[in-house]
Design a protein around this ligand. Structure first.
Ligand SMILES: NC(=O)c1ccc[n+]([C@@H]2O[C@H](COP(=O)([O-])OP(=O)(O)OC[C@H]3O[C@@H](n4cnc5c(N)ncnc54)[C@H](OP(=O)(O)O)[C@@H]3O)[C@@H](O)[C@H]2O)c1
Length: 260
């Protein structure tokens, strides 16, 4: 793929699913560290606009937005093209966007399979493929956001679990294939934000029953949820502080994988 000559002085990251929650936390953190950002979103237009406006208020023209449905491979390739055209360079790709919902084997459909695998696995692959030349030019890196459930499955979520296990495998394969120019790693979060809970409401509003929350937290060695900033710090570590680390899966889970 061709991209503009490198004239842009700030490093640039593309983050998928960046309007809210963990994606938005990584965007805030990288921006504070001096990154310019291409932020992808799909349905969360108002949240994406608000985030971009806030960050552009801190540093003019430092954040561009791109909307795309990651289940559509043509749209994913167009996202890659638009990301490259945004600032003319790319240093980091964070595949964060994800579908998450139960798929009990008695009722799971072909459409469930497609939604989960196309967004959670195929889109990260296409973006890695389309952006590898640009990343290589800056000895860049790819971070895939996986899940501790990739290898310790969450009951009745077999398709989600499998999509994340495949993303872990893809991380290792691409780390091998894209070395030595591009490092490829994954972060496997444990319990950070309950589903449907916004980052701002982390301790107050959610749709997950208290008993279920307690059952999960009992399995976390540190006895509490992580924060979106924990994930952002891990991403920053892999981007900026880990030049000799590739093909690794970093669990950020408060010790949850010690017990599940
Ligand atoms: N939250 C946790 O505690 C936790 C735990 C383990 C792993 N993780 C992983 O960490 C990452 C972030 O977690 P999260 O809870 O912040 O994620 P999330 O809120 O469930 O999803 C992040 C974003 O993905 C985007 N997305 C989903 N399907 C899409 C599609 N077909 N096309 C385009 N965008 C799509 C959505 O963007 P729009 O809203 O703009 O549509 C959504 O806001 C995910 O990969 C998740 O699997 C999270």
């Amino acid at each position: 793929m061709t991209h503009k000559p490198d004239f842009h002085s700030h490093p640039v990251a593309l983050i998928t699913g960046a309007a809210r929650r963990l994606g938005a936390a990584m965007a805030e953190f990288l921006h504070l560290q001096g990154f310019d950002l291409v932020l992808h979103y799909f349905h969360s237009g108002p949240e994406a606009e608000a985030l971009a406006q806030r960050l552009n208020g801190r540093r003019a023209d430092s954040v561009h937005l791109v909307r795309a449905d990651l289940s559509d491979p043509i749209a994913v390739r167009e996202l890659a093209n638009r990301a490259l055209r945004s600032f003319g360079r790319l240093d980091a790709l964070i595949n964060n966007a994800s579908q998450f919902f139960p798929t009990p084997i008695a009722t799971a459909t072909d459409q469930d399979w497609e939604r989960l695998f196309h967004t959670n696995l195929r889109a990260p692959y296409i973006l890695s493929q389309a952006l590898s030349e640009a990343l290589k030019a800056h000895q860049g890196c790819i971070i895939n956001i996986a899940d501790v459930y990739a290898h310790r499955p969450l009951k009745e979520h077999s398709l989600y679990n499998a999509s994340k296990a495949a993303l872990v495998s893809l991380t290792q394969s691409l780390a091998q294939e894209l070395a030595p120019d591009i490092r490829v790693n994954a972060i496997a979060p444990g319990a950070i934000l309950w589903p449907d809970q916004t980052g701002a409401e982390a301790d107050s509003t959610n749709t997950v029953p208290a008993s279920y929350q307690q059952a999960i937290l009992q399995k976390v060695a540190l006895g509490r949820l992580g924060t979106p900033e924990d994930i952002a710090r891990a991403a920053w570590f892999l981007i900026a502080e880990a030049p000799y680390i590739t093909g690794q899966i970093l669990n950020v889970d408060g010790g949850r994988t010690l017990t599940i």
